[in-house]
Ligand binder design. Structure first.
Ligand code: MTE
Ligand code: HPA
Ligand code: MOS
Length: 759
């Protein structure tokens, strides 16, 4: 613990309830009498025309109250967030396996499931596309293609000593939040509805439900206690489940609960967008990157969802931490017959970074050097102009690399790897370095704002509401720390309320790693308003003049540095008696940021987060299995306000990134059916696959004024260290078989390793 942490708490406010099973998730909320279960009939054909939908027999089943089709939607049959291209319930066509067609509302879950079997559904199949390049060839795009450009790559390539071209693939990723999607809705008076939702975006659910029901947003209240994980999967896609429950509750005026089982969730929801990409990289004789071009084919699935925004972030992060004078990157959002893919930790950034890392690795292999030498030589510095026009400030790319170099010198690491490899015929080690640079802010400037509501009650206890959603990332604890620091009270005086649209309105989803920054700054604003009123009261109570300094600390009141005999509770009592307003609403909108989509230039990010990781792995060359021996990281946290939480985010992100790059393989067959549809066929990292050594060093930097208390955002950036695992494994394979034709195709599953070793 350092003194920089504000009010360091003994533990996360949620920890005790989590480990004792007391924490409340949607399915734990006691339902009211008369509550109905909602089950979803989804398409088992990826593309086709609905020829027959006969619900008559199903409607006669015991316990069935009503079966809903698109005809029963009172408002608009539309859930598309960015582009209105996604019906809540299919009307005449289906576009992916798992697409919702009908809802069964029954007295019990079993009755709803039995009725589902009785629905007669006939779909005439149409051709299915699952490959983004094929979709592109057929002109099937979800949104207009985008290009970001700086300098003149065509001209620059003519001056390069070395040019390399290649192709890469990155796979999807299942969010696998422990709590599946879900919502519980209650009809309330004035034709309104209250929804308890597992969502990162309460306002998104509210907006979508209002649209579907054809009511005002003021008739829809969304309440979120916490999520058993979201990872981006509940940024937009939770709205569908909220709408299912709300539709039933609203039409039937009975409480309704809709929670898919794991396999239903897996086949019906979208995942991380897979990408297929082409790169061209040009270097001078001194290994300086002069020009970089890439074309990204994003597999968007059957509807736009968040893919257009994800596509944009891919372009922002296409050059990772490298200073490159000429950059030209283009991205296509391709429409396929898969469930609409969506936000996933990193939001397109990881997909973009993988490609430039592959390009650098390709250049290194051809030039006979380790990729780290090219990476190190090209790291960006303060004053660098990113290809989107922003100037780098507080760049820690070199600092983090050099700090790691002191701990893990390149020469020593490689000497160890080579020594091991010469003495082991059937095991090989590989090492890879992975620098990261990740921009903090929603890339859509208008989303970067937040609000908070603070009540100090007459007994001195404090209730805090913000737009932040707790999903395991610890934002509630951070909000408690912020309020405690601003008000000068101990953290146990503060209660974080649920996230509720009637208390805090028009929120952006908790996403883009910016939740603590945005909501924390809004919270600071609210607390400071109350502070100003209390400070004035203190001065009047003690007859002090205007310029006197009031300090609130440790539940006590100080005047000009002297302890008064007033404590916090007494001060609040006085304030209450004197009719001082003890509530405040705070607002924050990130200053300085702007971006012109037409030119692809601007200053989209409040700041950037940097760091460097070294990954070392060992491959069993007989069986293709492997272990990640070491991930050693130097990460730029700024001045962390909560090292426990930030370390946990870093560790979790890295392991999730390694999972994406190594073992997590989302597989659809040619008919668009999800084959990796359960935990038996979709492998995520467990405690045994976590790196044997996972060491994270805090690069204690100044931080940024735009970060909450200069504590930099941490939710997503560390995931991208996981990309190092792919290249470490690839290097180990090549140590065994230098002629291997192993592709830049992630995930690097043991099967791919085995074929690479012997192919
Ligand atoms: N950590 C946990 N435990 N659970 C989650 O769902 N989501 C990640 C990250 N860390 C997530 C998590 C994603 S995708 C984002 S954008 C951030 O947390 C969101 O929270 P933040 O903005 O407070 O960092
Ligand atoms: N990051 C995460 N989620 C988002 C973004 C972003 O930049 N833009 C819209 N939703
Ligand atoms: Mo995170 S992918 O921005 O929810």
């Amino acid at each position: 613990m350092t003194s920089k942490q504000i009010n360091p708490p003994p533990a996360n406010t949620d920890a005790a309830a989590h480990v004792t099973g007391k924490s409340v998730y949607v399915d734990d909320i006691p339902v009211m009498e008369g509550a109905l279960w909602v089950k979803v009939l989804d398409a088992r054909v990826a593309h086709g025309v609905i020829k027959r939908l006969d619900i008559r027999a199903a409607e006669q089943m015991e316990g069935v109250v009503k079966i809903f089709t698109y005809c029963d939607i009172p408002g608009e049959n539309q859930v598309g967030g960015i582009i209105p291209d996604e019906p809540l319930l299919a009307d005449h066509e289906v576009h992916f396996q798992g697409q919702p067609i009908a809802l069964i509302a029954a007295e019990t879950e079993d009755q709803a499931a039995a009725a589902l079997e009785k629905i007669i559904l006939e779909i005439e199949p149409l051709p299915v596309i699952t490959d983004p390049r094929e979709a592109f060839r057929q002109g099937k795009l979800l949104s207009p293609s985008r290009t970001f450009s700086k300098g003149n790559t065509a001209e620059a390539f003519s001056r390069c000593a070395h040019i390399f071209e290649g192709k890469t693939e990155t796979g999807g990723q299942e969010h696998l939040y422990l709590e599946t999607q879900g919502a519980y809705a209650i009809a309330t008076e004035h034709n309104s509805v209250r929804i308890y939702s597992s969502t990162q975006g309460p306002t998104a659910v509210q907006r979508t439900v209002a649209r579907v029901l054809g009511v005002g947003m003021n008739q829809v209240e969304v309440d979120v206690t916490r999520l058993g994980g979201g990872f981006g999967g509940k940024e937009d896609q939770a709205s569908t489940w909220g709408a299912f429950a709300a539709l039933v509750a609203h039409v039937l005026k009975r409480p309704a609960k809709c929670i898919p089982h794991r396999m239903e969730d897996m086949r019906m929801t979208g995942k991380r967008n897979p990408y297929s990409s082409d790169f061209k990289i040009g270097l001078d004789a001194d290994c300086r990157i002069i020009a970089y071009e890439a074309t990204f084919y994003q597999n968007g699935g059957a509807a736009a969802d968040l893919s257009p925004a994800i596509l944009e972030r891919t372009l922002f992060h296409a050059a990772n931490s490298y200073a490159i004078p000429h950059v030209h990157v283009t991205a296509h959002s391709c429409k396929t017959n898969l469930p609409p893919n969506t936000a996933f930790r990193g939001f397109g950034g990881p997909q973009g970074k993988f490609v430039i890392e592959a390009a650098i690795d390709c250049a290194a292999k051809n030039l006979g050097v380790h990729a780290a030498l090219i990476q190190r030589k090209n790291l960006l510095d303060d004053g660098y102009e990113f290809h989107y026009g922003q100037i780098a400030v507080g760049a820690e790319a070199k600092n983090s690399w050099n700090t790691l170099e002191q701990k893990q010198p390149f020469a020593a690491v490689m000497a160890d790897v080579e020594a091991f490899n010469t003495t082991h015929a059937w095991q090989k080690k590989g090492a890879a370095w992975m620098p990261i640079c990740f921009g903090i802010s929603f890339t859509n400037t208008m989303m970067n704002h937040a609000r908070a509501l603070v009540h100090v009650y007459s007994d001195g206890s404090v209730g805090v509401s913000t737009g932040a959603v707790e999903m395991g990332q610890g934002v509630n604890m951070k909000m408690i720390q912020v309020a405690a620091a601003c008000l000068g009270v101990s953290w146990d005086r503060i209660k974080l309320e649920t996230t509720n649209t009637t208390r805090v309105a028009n929120t952006s989803p908790s996403a883009a790693s910016a939740t603590a920054d945005l909501n924390g700054k809004a919270l600071t604003d609210a607390c400071n308003q109350i502070r100003a009123r209390l400070d004035a009261l203190v001065k009047s109570l003690f007859g002090a003049d205007e310029k006197a300094a009031v300090t609130l600390r440790d539940n006590r009141v100080y005047l000009n540095g002297q302890d008064t005999d007033l404590n916090w509770n007494q001060l609040i009592q006085q304030a209450f008696i004197q009719r001082v307003n003890l509530s405040a609403k705070g607002h924050y909108a990130t200053p300085q940021i702007h971006f012109d989509k037409s030119t692809g230039k601007g200053h989209p990010f409040a700041y950037h987060v940097y760091g460097t990781a070294l990954t070392v792995c060992t491959v069993d060359c007989l069986r293709g299995i492997y272990t990640i021996d070491l991930v050693d990281v130097v990460h730029d946290f700024g001045t962390s306000i909560n090292r426990h939480i930030d370390l946990g985010q870093c560790e979790g992100g890295i392991v999730q990134g390694i999972g994406w790059m190594t073992m997590e393989e989302v597989v659809y067959n040619a008919e668009g059916r999800l084959l990796s549809n359960a935990l038996s066929t979709y492998k995520i990292p467990d405690i045994y696959s976590v790196p044997a050594v996972l060491d994270i060093q805090f690069l204690d930097t100044e931080g940024s004024d735009l970060a909450i208390f200069k504590s930099k955002a941490v939710g997503e950036p560390p995931l991208m260290y996981g990309i190092g695992a792919f290249f470490a494994l690839r290097n180990a394979v090549l140590a065994f078989n230098p002629a291997s034709n192993i592709a830049y195709s992630a995930p690097m599953t043991p099967e791919k390793v085995l074929m690479g070793l012997h192919g």
